[in-house]
Write a protein that binds this ligand. Structure first.
Ligand code: SF4
Ligand code: SF4
Length: 134
């Protein structure tokens, strides 16, 4: 199964190889979707995790035990259809095909089930037709 989570590290743990343990000790596949990690500051990672449910549960237990907060992603990508000019600038940027263009109508559409919240498309859109909401 897959889970997307936000990990918040206290400054004391920012230099620790916590994510390394997720791979080696819990046999998880990990995709870092976003990272804000600076020495001496609270760190934040948005991770896509994939593995067996028991391993995911054990990994979350480990993280919380060592002091890392684990929260589900509560962001949502919003495609504001009224603002979209169907310029297609966002299409090659989107790594998952969540933003796609109908080759017959040349209308751009959005499939939220494919979106991994990487935010790559947001700065590309001059019309502010894509936004992250919390
Ligand atoms: S970049 Fe913005 S305006 Fe252009 S197609 Fe994508 S969402 Fe629409
Ligand atoms: S946030 Fe990433 S995955 Fe989602 S629509 Fe934008 S580019 Fe595609």
């Amino acid at each position: 199964m897959k889970r997307t989570v936000v990990l918040t590290f206290p400054p004391t743990l920012v230099d620790e190889p916590v994510t390394y343990h997720l791979i080696t000790d819990y046999d998880l596949e990990m995709n870092i979707l976003r990272a804000t990690v600076r020495p001496g500051e609270v760190g934040r990672l948005v991770l896509g995790l994939k593995g067996k449910k028991k391993d995911l549960d054990a990994a979350v237990e480990y993280l919380e035990k060592v002091g890392v907060s684990v929260d589900p992603v509560v962001q949502e990508m919003r495609f504001l259809r009224d603002k979209c000019h169907h310029c297609t600038a966002c299409i090659p940027i989107c790594p998952t095909g969540a933003l796609d263009v109908d080759r017959e109508t040349w209308q751009v559409g959005f499939d939220g089930t494919k979106c991994i919240l990487c935010e790559s498309c947001v700065p590309v859109c001059s019309y502010r037709a894509i936004a992250i909401e919390f």
